[in-house]
Design a protein around this ligand. Structure first.
Ligand SMILES: NC(=O)c1ccc[n+]([C@@H]2O[C@H](COP(=O)([O-])OP(=O)(O)OC[C@H]3O[C@@H](n4cnc5c(N)ncnc54)[C@H](O)[C@@H]3O)[C@@H](O)[C@H]2O)c1
Length: 306
């Protein structure tokens, strides 16, 4: 299958490129900038492995987007400014609207004109902050997705991940510990977001027309050892007791690395996502602590930067 990834040169897009080529699909990256992936280079062993195709263009420019959709089976619409751009005031409200709202409209309209029926739209759990600039832009994007699913009989899965900027994104996290502190508040690892996208692609290719007129909106969170009961009775046996229940052997390491074992993570309900897609997040606080133990404060991605 040919899978168009808008904004495919970003963190999520590049991770998806690796998974998709591994599965025998051809990712077509549509982005302002080229991905840095090795899969763009011709294979040296002469094997006919699928490669990543790159089309330079902007979803804000309809004349660039339209030809890129030729021969595409499914679209993963990723390109957007996100929460960090609002938090850091790096983008204006006009830029948010142009990319996240008009850009999303352009992608759905171009798909309708090209008779592409399967679309995965990357929204965000930030739709809860609907009066903020980013949250509002995603609420409007979701409305576009819903309207096109009905009007053009498209099969649309909208994924709502919570923040997933990876530890190797050095523009956001100066080191692994900084990322780990953020993750311990409750989060999803980018590899699990990629899993949700891949499972959405599989779902759409196996269930042709099942979602027609009935677009779904699915929350994407990470894996947790803590049950809902654990979180409701947080630290009832003293500060740090809930952490000790699952991670006792890592307690001293966590404190030494600057993590706060009394911090209660916020967990989101992913039951619908798990039921529909068989989504099973893998990366949890336990994975993080194991990585800290094995690799120390530099973490496992010390030589990887985006
Ligand atoms: N990263 C997070 O924490 C997070 C959390 C929830 C939802 N999301 C959503 O995930 C998506 C982005 O994820 P990411 O982390 O890979 O982002 P990213 O910033 O790493 O990548 C975005 C990509 O979009 C490209 N882009 C920008 N303008 C474009 C245009 N006009 N046309 C085509 N491409 C353009 C950029 O060049 C970049 O490669 C967004 O839809 C965002 O709202 C992100």
């Amino acid at each position: 299958m040919k899978v168009l990834l808008t904004g495919g040169s970003g963190d999520l897009g590049q991770m998806l490129c690796s998974s998709l080529t591994g599965m025998g699909h051809t990712p077509v990256v549509f982005d302002l900038r080229k991905p840095t992936l090795k899969t763009l280079e011709p294979a040296k062993n002469g094997l006919n492995v699928p490669k990543v195709e790159f089309i330079k263009g902007s979803i804000e420019k309809r004349e660039e987007l339209k030809p890129a959709l030729e021969g595409i089976d499914i679209i993963v619409h990723i390109a957007a400014w996100h929460g960090i751009h609002e938090f850091r005031q790096e983008k204006t409200v006009y830029e948010f609207f142009d990319l996240n709202v008009s850009g999303t409209f352009n992608v759905f309209q171009a798909a309708a004109e090209a008779n592409i029926k399967d679309i995965i739209f990357i929204s965000s759990s930030s739709i809860e902050e609907r009066f903020a600039i980013y949250g509002h832009s995603k609420v409007l994007g979701e409305e576009i997705a819903r309207a096109y699913a009905h009007r053009h009989e498209m099969n649309v899965i909208t994924l709502r991940p919570r923040a997933f900027i990876p530890p190797w994104n050095s523009k956001i996290y100066s080191n692994f510990i900084e990322w780990a502190k953020w993750f311990s508040r409750g989060a999803v690892h980018i590899s699990d977001v990629a899993q949700a996208v891949i499972k959405s692609i599989e779902f759409l290719s196996l269930n042709t027309d099942r979602l027609k007129y009935n677009p779904v909106f699915l929350t994407v969170d990470g894996a947790y050892q803590y049950s809902d009961e654990d979180l409701a009775a947080w630290d009832l046996d003293g500060a740090g007791s809930s952490f000790r229940k699952y991670y006792n052997q890592f307690y001293d390491l966590a404190v030494e690395m600057g993590l706060d074992p009394t911090l209660k993570p916020k967990k989101l309900d992913i039951s619908e996502t798990s039921a529909l897609l068989n989504y099973r997040p893998l990366y949890s606080m336990k994975t993080l602590l194991l990585e800290l133990k094995m690799y120390g404060s530099a973490g496992p991605y010390a030589d990887r930067k985006s």
